[in-house]
Design a protein around this ligand. Structure first.
Ligand SMILES: [Zn+2]
Length: 151
């Protein structure tokens, strides 16, 4: 049996997600499509390009991460290298944990809804120091009904 997976990517300020089954878009008897990035996060009031407020994309995209990092560290330059260095030095700080938790809940919800067991995350998020993906993986696994094989 081929693995069905959810595929999420956070690339250059834009987050999206889709599902695939062995390299093809996930087929389901239900008409199913969506953008995980536009799932609202309680307490998030950032405006999204889709016109709604609070989408997870506004937190976990490159732009969103830098915006949150800048707010938490106004003395630092708000660039990707500084963010990565800060994570390498301090680990996952509370502001980042909240963002990763929000993304993980969205991913776990999609896994549970679709009965999928595998997650692939690509994009700039995976370029950050290992504690980021370790945190995301741990929280996805906490929320997934079925054991996920990899995040
Ligand atoms: Zn949106």
């Amino acid at each position: 049996m081929r693995k069905r997976r959810i595929f999420s990517s956070w690339i250059s300020g834009r987050e999206w997600g889709c599902c695939d089954s062995g390299g093809k878009l996930y087929a389901n008897p239900l008409p199913l499509s969506g953008e995980l990035g536009h799932t609202p996060v309680l307490g998030n009031e950032r405006m999204c390009g889709c016109g709604a407020a609070g989408c997870v994309e506004t937190l976990v995209s490159t732009r969103g991460l830098l915006q949150s990092y800048s707010a938490a560290h106004p003395e630092s330059s708000a660039d990707w290298a500084s963010l990565a260095e800060s994570i390498g030095r301090n680990g996952v700080e509370p502001w980042l944990a909240r963002t990763l938790d929000s993304a993980a809940v969205v991913i776990a919800g999609a896994l549970n809804t679709l009965g999928l067991q595998h997650v692939t995350v690509t994009g700039s998020l995976v370029d950050l120091p290992p504690p980021v993906m370790e945190h995301l993986t741990r929280v996805v696994l906490q929320g997934a009904l079925w054991p996920a094989s990899a995040v």
